[in-house]
Design a binder for this molecule. Structure first.
Ligand code: FEO
Length: 386
């Protein structure tokens, strides 16, 4: 538990046991499911937690309420990592009203069946609720990350309860924010940049002194400014800086890896910031996040079954399904007898908006030789100018 202000408490839980978040994202440092209590003349609880932690969450609420009862449960997001314990809450506090929007209650009935929350208040976008000195404004943020999502602005402390937005993986609040926030955002919400941008525009009307997300630490001051800047860039599909290259490779016997590392050395000699990741071994969500971080991407892979090596093919799918755009892309293709991977990869990226291709294409026949080494160097020369 954490006291955020005189009346606002963080009452969520830490999950260190989870193997895969949403069944697909590795979270070796765990994840938090945040929930909040605002105590006033009326008391509101914001969101619940994952189903494995209902008892702990209700106990946390009980401790903060110190013998009093909550008046409202605000359901900002119906994804089960936040809504799984709504039924337990209603059972324990049947007099409390459950607040959501029309879509919230449709999903609630889908997940839990009818009549889980007979005592309900259905709010509209922009509607307000006074708790006493704290007034809450509900701002709909559809597709950040599901259609029913709304965020809640609290006027007294100027806190934005931001649902999934501004969240990050990792249970340690003191850990660095950016890398795990980027991996979380690009992985989970990356496809919905337009909607995130829309939500950012809506909340820009409010003075925000603190952001209280559903995962990760609450943000204030410099950390909040950095997070806002990152969200503006990410939602606009812009890289975080003007320079920098991700070299993402696969390698069957080490020869393509050698070419990827040679290119990295050549780029670094020319002053470029470079990150090299192995698509078959490094965390896939990190590979995707780093591709969105940098303005340039080099894919070094093999032709395999007259197509692209599977890990590279999946990587491209994961980029394109998240609306990868506004970047420079280059290819290194290793094909022992009939290299076609570069051509196939290029066709996939041609469907993305605003992709510029390097003119230099490196084709390796099995292993680097004088000719392909010269091409790697030429690619480094070209990339540095793009
Ligand atoms: Fe953290 Fe979209 O749920």
């Amino acid at each position: 538990m954490q006291k955020l202000s005189a009346d606002i408490f963080r009452v969520g839980v830490i999950d260190r046991q989870i193997d895969l978040f949403e069944g697909m994202y590795a979270v070796p440092e765990g994840v938090t499911y945040n929930s909040y209590v605002i105590k006033d003349e009326k008391t509101a609880v914001i969101d619940s937690v994952d189903g494995a932690f209902g008892c702990e969450w209700l106990k946390n609420i009980e401790t903060v309420l110190n013998g009093t009862k909550p008046d409202y449960l605000i359901v900002q997001h119906m994804e089960p990592d936040h809504s799984a314990c709504v039924a337990e809450f209603v059972k324990k506090y049947p007099d409390a009203a459950v607040i959501g929007n029309r879509n919230t209650f449709v999903m609630m009935e889908e997940f839990f069946g009818k009549d889980i929350a007979p005592n309900r208040i259905t709010v509209k976008d922009g509607e307000q609720l006074s708790l006493g000195k704290h007034t809450l404004k509900f701002v709909f943020a559809p597709m950040v990350h599901w259609p029913e999502v709304m965020v809640t602005y609290e006027t007294e402390t100027k806190t934005l309860f931001s649902a999934d937005a501004f969240g990050r993986f990792g249970a340690d609040d003191n850990a660095e924010w950016m890398d795990e926030a980027r991996r979380y955002y690009i992985g989970i919400v990356g496809k919905y940049g337009v909607q995130v941008k829309g939500a950012l525009k809506k909340i820009s009307e409010y003075e925000i002194k603190a952001v209280a997300p559903l995962h990760g630490p609450c943000l204030t001051g410099k950390a909040l400014n950095e997070a806002m800047r990152a969200y503006l860039l990410w939602s606009d599909y812009k890289p975080e800086s003007d320079r920098g290259t991700l070299i993402a490779f696969t390698s069957v016997y080490g020869h393509t890896a050698a070419a990827a590392r040679m290119l990295a050395d050549e780029l670094e000699k020319r002053g470029e910031q470079v990150k090299v990741l192995d698509l078959a071994r490094d965390d896939w969500a990190e590979c995707v996040a780093q591709a969105f971080r940098f303005p340039k991407l080099v894919l070094a892979t093999t032709t395999y079954n007259a197509d692209v090596f599977p890990a590279a093919r999946e990587f491209i799918d994961r980029l394109t399904e998240r609306n990868y755009k506004n970047r420079t892309v280059a290819f290194i293709d290793n094909g022992t007898w009939s290299p076609v991977a570069a051509k196939i990869m290029r066709a996939k990226f041609e469907k993305c908006a605003n992709i510029k291709f390097a003119e230099t294409e490196v084709i390796i026949r099995s292993a680097l030789n004088g000719q392909s080494i010269a091409k790697v160097k030429a690619l480094a020369d070209e990339l540095i100018t793009l």
